[in-house]
Design a protein around this ligand. Structure first.
Ligand code: CP
Ligand code: NVA
Length: 313
């Protein structure tokens, strides 16, 4: 096992979607489809034999943990699971020292944490690639899975329209990076006080992003309607205020009917039926949320391979 910088080139991290070029994202997506196909046919795919992934969770998780852990074993490697409370991070060991130590012992690190600056500080002191498993600002692994899911169901996302309904959170800002990189339009609608921060929305071309006060209008012409919880992890104190503010931003059948007839519905999960989405939508025929969740597994296997081995096909 090697815990040294990759022999395939300079050390790369995946801290936000735009750490990769459009071409690299397309490569990871196409590789994910190959890996998924082999998985479905029970063909072994041990490209990361003997490699070790450390997973650091400073927030709760179901999908991220299971997909990275199962994925690494399926690639022939192994994992170490760490939490804030169960490690010295919870007793104020600096993140920089944690990074120096962990990255001398493993080949790859995935972190779920709070501020983006925290994962950036970790990466700056890491000898091995670092993957963002969700921060307050971004959730790039989820967006890779979402785009893979769109492509599987509808083909290329280039030129399409995605409607984001709800909070200006880590998912929405990652969708915005995806729209700019991959050439589609993002419609966004959320209540006043919870809208995108203009300091974070400079994209090229400017028409990539269209903001709407009416969520139904945002859904018009959409090929995909997507939403997320009204209160993200770390913001629980705002739960009641947010519940009132977001009441009109629940994705229901009426909203879906404003979108294209064949529009898909996605949600990164966990979902709260009756809040950000009605059961009739998330459990309805346009919803692809289970494929979306499964694709975390396949796309992250491709991502880990790419970071450690570079391009293989
Ligand atoms: N979508 C997602 O990241 O789910 P978890 O919080 O369960 O990992
Ligand atoms: N925006 C949500 C996503 C959970 C997967 C959160 O950060 O809690």
């Amino acid at each position: 096992m090697s815990a040294a910088p990759s022999p395939t080139g300079p050390l790369r991290h995946f801290l936000q979607l735009r750490d990769f070029s459009a071409d690299e994202i397309q490569y990871v997506l196409s590789r994910a489809r190959i890996i998924k196909d082999k998985f479905k046919r029970y063909q072994p795919h041990h490209t990361l034999h003997d490699r070790n992934l450390a997973m650091v969770f400073e927030k709760a998780s179901t999908r991220t943990r299971v997909s990275f852990e199962a994925g690494m074993y399926q690639l022939g490697g192994s994992v170490i699971y760490l939490t804030t409370e169960g490690s010295q991070l919870g007793r104020a060991e600096p993140i920089e020292d944690t990074a120096r130590v962990i990255s001398r012992m493993v080949d790859l690190v995935m972190i779920r944490t709070f501020e983006q600056t925290r994962i950036e500080r970790f990466a700056a002191h890491s000898r091995v690639p670092v993957i963002n498993g969700l921060t307050n600002e971004f959730h790039p692994c989820q967006i890779l899975a979402d785009i893979l899911t769109f492509v599987e169901h509808r083909g290329s996302i280039h030129g399409k329209t995605v409607a984001w309904i709800g909070d200006a959170n880590n998912m929405s800002y990652t969708w915005l990076q995806a729209a700019e990189l991959l050439g589609f339009t993002l419609h966004v609608s959320g209540p006043e006080g919870y809208r995108l921060d203009p300091r974070r929305t400079r994209v090229q071309p400017a028409t990539t992003l269209r903001e709407f006060s009416d969520p139904r209008q945002a859904c018009e012409g959409a090929d995909l309607v997507t939403t997320d919880v009204w209160t993200s992890m770390g913001y629980e104190d705002e739960n009641e205020v947010r519940r009132r503010a977001f009441a009109d931003w629940c994705v229901d059948a009426q909203m879906m009917s404003a979108a294209h007839e064949d529009a898909l519905f996605m949600h990164c999960l966990p979902a709260h039926r009756g809040e950000e989405v009605m059961g009739e939508v998330i459990d309805g025929p346009q919803s692809v949320v289970w494929d979306e969740a499964e694709n975390r597994l396949h796309v992250q296997k491709a991502l880990m391979e790419f970071l450690l081995l570079g391009r293989l096909s």
